[in-house]
Ligand binder design. Structure first.
Ligand code: AMP
Ligand code: MG
Length: 453
């Protein structure tokens, strides 16, 4: 296991006093490892989990050539460029109940969507594109297609066109989406190998932070970070352990950190990492773990601590604040040290640093190999002041113009404590490190919140 210093030494541009946002991601990608334990879950439990092994198609989907339309199936070799084609309807093929008779030249079979193509037939003409003429002996009937209505092979779904037997249907490391569940079911697969759920413990620090239910006191504010972090982690489908608010006392902080490290893969704290903090949080991180303290060239969210806290050698003293666990159901085998993400205290800075840095790192720890979602481009409907030399994450409201292009405006006050801006926004405007002022109409990058915030 590499120390924090040796990871830092591998990075070309590592300056803990002015770290670029993109360097933070590179650093974290080297720091964290995917969980190693896997488990088997039923398909209903698999949503949002990460596949731990490739899934090879045991069958082809669809298993037979079949019709993509309600219409008439026939041998497309009979189509001629210039003349209409008249065919006698000799039978009916239904989905789940095919037609097994022989079809001669000049004949066709009425066919429904999903019905297996009868032997020797390769083309379907949709029912609304033919004209009908009754035969002399009903129910026998004839259909006529005008020239050029269909080409040979049209409206036939081919065996294996979705998935071929023996081919990988899903890859190890994929996050299981509703579409992936359906795909697995289409292969007849009921159980999947997934990585065990990642377990994350979190707590808020600061003597001015009130827990819900506590009586208000002069200069104190309610803890909001606990709830945004809870929500962000739960959206990732993780097991979460809530350690509440930890007061600024060395014994309480030590107990909270050692307890968190022994029960979780990662620890998220908020508050107490800025320069000139008159508290014990940083000192305790330093004492217990291998931790780097950064000033990141970004706004909001400048200070952040990152590192590892080892599982305590001695039994940890009982943790005094209440421990509430949500969603716990995997066999957790504590092995490695816990990764520490010491986030700043300001509520918007917590969410931004989580989205920009912690979330991608947690996804890697979950075993996901997914690339980061692409940033979208939108035209700014206003001027935005921006200093080159830091990455800014402004809260934005993205909408579609009448012309169908994307536009974005800011939510107004961008203070790092203005949490209502995160509620109003549907994405972050990412103003890149080297970028300067934005003029109205300029294109900017946006990171959408859909399903995340
Ligand atoms: P700090 O990073 O500890 O200097 O905190 C920065 C600001 O964020 C201060 O105004 C804190 O009161 C505020 N803050 C810290 N933790 C929380 C929290 N859990 N909930 C709401 N505000 C917080
Ligand atoms: Mg503080």
């Amino acid at each position: 296991m590499k120390s924090i210093d040796s990871i830092a030494a591998e990075l070309a541009a590592y300056d803990p006093q002015a770290l670029r946002a993109d360097t933070v991601n590179t650093f974290l990608a080297r720091l964290v490892e995917p969980v190693a334990q896997l488990e088997e879950v039923g398909i209903f439990q698999a949503l949002g989990r990460v596949l731990a092994a490739d899934v090879i198609s045991p069958i082809s989907v669809p298993p037979h050539d079949n019709s993509a339309m309600d219409g008439y199936a026939f041998d497309g070799a009979q189509l001629a460029a210039a003349s209409p084609l008249t065919l006698k309807v000799v039978g009916t093929a239904l989905a789940g109940k095919g037609w097994s008779g022989q079809v001669q030249r000049g004949e066709c079979v009425k066919i429904m969507t999903g019905a297996v193509m009868p032997q020797g037939l390769d083309t379907v003409v949709p029912q609304e594109l033919v004209s009908h003429s009754p035969g002399q002996n009903p129910p026998t009937a004839f259909i006529t297609l005008a020239p050029g209505t269909v080409r040979p092979g049209d409206n036939r779904r081919q065996l294996g066109e979705d998935l071929l037997q023996g081919q990988p249907a899903l890859k190890k490391g994929e996050l299981l989406t509703p579409a992936a569940l359906g795909l697995m079911a289409s292969l007849g697969i009921e159980k999947l190998q997934v990585w065990r759920k990642l377990r994350v413990a979190y707590f808020s620090t600061g003597d001015e932070i009130l827990s819900l239910g506590e009586a208000p006191r002069e200069g104190a504010v309610y803890d909001s970070n606990r709830y945004t972090v809870f929500g962000l982690l739960t959206r990732l489908g993780l097991e979460v352990i809530d350690l509440g608010v930890v007061r600024d006392e060395p014994t309480l902080l030590e107990a909270a950190f050692t307890h968190a490290a022994s029960v979780a893969d990662a620890i998220i704290t908020s508050g107490g990492v800025s320069v000139g903090e008159a508290d014990y949080t940083k000192a305790m991180m330093k004492k217990l773990g291998d931790v780097a303290f950064w000033k990141i060239a970004m706004r909001p969210g400048r200070p952040m601590a990152v590192g590892r806290i080892p599982k305590a050698k001695l039994a940890s003293s009982p943790h005094e604040t209440s421990t509430i666990s949500y969603n716990i159901n995997s066999n957790f085998e504590p092995s490695k040290d816990a990764i520490l993400f010491g986030l700043p205290g300001n509520p918007v800075a917590v969410m931004v640093t989580f989205l920009a840095f912690v979330r991608p790192a947690l996804l890697k720890m979950m075993g996901s190999t997914a690339a980061a979602p692409p940033l979208l481009k939108a035209r700014s409907s206003e001027a935005i002041r921006k200093k080159p030399g830091r990455t800014e994450y402004q809260r934005g409201v993205v909408s579609t113009t009448p012309e169908g292009t994307l536009q974005v405006r800011t939510t107004g006050n961008q203070g790092s404590g203005v949490l209502s801006s995160m509620v109003q926004a549907n994405g972050l405007i990412v103003l890149q490190h080297g970028q300067g002022n934005v003029a109205p109409g300029d294109e900017v990058d946006v990171m959408m919140f859909e399903g995340v915030v």
